[in-house]
Ligand binder design. Sequence first.
Ligand code: ZN
Ligand code: ZN
Length: 273
Amino acid sequence: MQITLLGTGNPIPDPRRGGPATLVRAAGATVLIDCGRGVLQRMMGAGAMPGMLSALLITHLHSDHLTDLNDVITMHWVMSPVQQTLRIYGPPRTAEIVTATLAALAPDIQYRLDHHNDLTSGPQIEVVEVVPGDEFTIGAVSVKVGATDHRPVEPTVAFRLDDGTHSVVLGGDGIPCDGLHELCLGADAYVQTVIRDDLVKLVPSQRFQDILDYHSTVEQAAQTATRAGVTTLVLTHYVPAIASGAEDEWRALAAAHFSGNIVLGDDLTSVEL
Ligand SMILES: [Zn+2]
Ligand SMILES: [Zn+2]
């Protein structure tokens, strides 16, 4: 199982970091979790073509996790040599977003259908709305859905992918909670979006201060990893962006609460389990 951080940024545009998105390749499946800004550029950087996607999983409907949904839908459609269905799993209201995105793409879809004789229908999308406790499979990978706490943003979910040998939890955004803990129990890897509350508190902006109550800090992510007995903690969605040369400082904050393997870094940082 290979986990690649495609985009390690946050909602604020960053010249060096894409928006939230992670790729998991396991047992022949290529699974994209969230599709933030620049996701397809990073997927190509990771050697994964849009048409290779086995499924897209969405943790929640905050825009930074969805900005490039239109691009994923369009490129999966036009870059697939044969027509194939894109399966999208996400919390309730995901179907609403997909329907609205397809409506926004209607002119483009018509242009391409008119121009390319071998395209006989528009994007084939199958949306499955999921809630905590649900289970499904993507090829040989089994997926469990867990609850997260990113309130007032609701609904939100986390996913645990298991290929029979290894397992990884994609925690999405949120603070530690029982649902996330249960999903993480005994997992090999746990990917968590994190903030540095010590740095965020220095920013003289109420809108920035507002994010403190619904994101895990680096320390909280490390504590969740320790409590759940995971082997590898993967940090992403850095708020603020990790300053160049400051990786070790972030790593030390996590290491104070977690003695396992800690992975963080730039876009395309990858870990093999
Ligand atoms: Zn969010
Ligand atoms: Zn986010």
